[in-house]
Design a protein around this ligand. Structure first.
Ligand code: NAD
Length: 257
């Protein structure tokens, strides 16, 4: 496959690139990130077939620039992984217009710009478009109002892409991680109490790892997901099914006869 991955210097994007590179089938990849040193290190570790691209997804030219670099490197595109995202952590009453614009530009607009620029190439290859959303897209999250709402918009944007580009053979899907241990979150989860508290809310009893999310993205990119479009795969260890408080079992009421 010829694959574009954003946010490829770190965390989930890096894991997608590394897991693809470890497959028997050779892949070509355009790995893009604003972190030049980080993305160059991933390309150096992967070796043949990968090329680094440095750019900021808050730019309105990001989609055009990334697709031009991808076509120059690979001659076409079979898969796009729009994965990069940022958090802006503050109550809504304290947030600013600049923060709103920045979070939505990176978490939502960049996926549209990238998809729009890649669409003719994905139509040629009858390829796949996958975006990394979040469990927060469907669960309001304390202190992350811009993040959760930008990811909710991303979910619908990708379903809309699935509707509009399906006739061209392009499959469009999202993966929504729950709490996942990556450089984005590790400062918080390296605190054992905080980690234990979070893990106690996850039925599988542990944080996700970047590879857990990357495996779902790779599934959606590949032929095994050949008839799947317009869906969101939650990779959250079951956390979103755990809304009722843990009471030790049952309701405490006697069963009616
Ligand atoms: P990460 O911080 O490890 O990686 C994100 C990468 O995106 C970094 O390499 C960063 O340099 C790049 N990036 C950020 N802003 C950019 C910009 N403006 N231009 C270009 N590159 C930019 O984080 P991660 O945990 O791997 O996150 C990947 C995706 O998963 C994000 O969309 C995030 O919202 C989502 N997500 C993560 C978690 C989690 O718990 N880690 C949970 C839900 C969703």
């Amino acid at each position: 496959m010829r694959v574009v991955i954003t946010g490829a210097a770190s965390g989930i994007g890096r894991a997608v690139a590394e897991l693809l590179a470890a497959q028997d089938e050779p892949h070509q990849m355009l790995l893009t990130d604003r972190d030049e040193e980080g993305v160059n290190a991933v390309v150096a570790a992967i070796g043949a077939g990968a090329r680094a691209h440095v750019g900021d997804l808050s730019s309105v030219d990001c989609g055009r620039d990334i697709v031009a670099a991808a076509v120059d490197h690979m001659g076409g595109i079979d898969g796009v992984v729009s994965n990069a995202g940022i958090i802006s952590s503050a109550p809504l009453v304290e947030q600013t217009v600049d923060q709103f614009d920045r979070v939505y530009a990176i978490n939502t607009r960049a996926t549209w710009l990238l998809g729009q620029a890649a669409q003719p190439y994905l139509a040629q290859s009858r390829g796949a478009f996958v975006a990394t959303a979040s469990m927060s897209a469907t669960q309001p999250t304390p202190g992350l109002g811009f993040y959760s709402s930008s990811k909710a918009a991303l979910l619908m944007l990708m379903r809309q892409c699935a509707l509009e580009w399906g006739p061209d053979g392009i499959r469009c899907n999202t993966v929504s991680p729950g709490p996942t241990y990556t450089p984005m979150t590790q400062a918080g989860y390296d605190d054992p109490d905080r980690r234990a508290q979070r893990e106690s809310m996850i039925p599988l009893g542990k944080l996700g790892m970047a590879e857990d999310v990357a495996n779902a993205i790779i599934f959606l990119l590949g032929p095994q997901a050949g008839h799947i479009s317009g869906v969101d795969i939650l990779v959250d260890g079951g956390m979103s099914s755990n809304l009722m408080p843990a009471t030790g079992g049952g309701t405490g009421q006697k069963a009616s006869k």
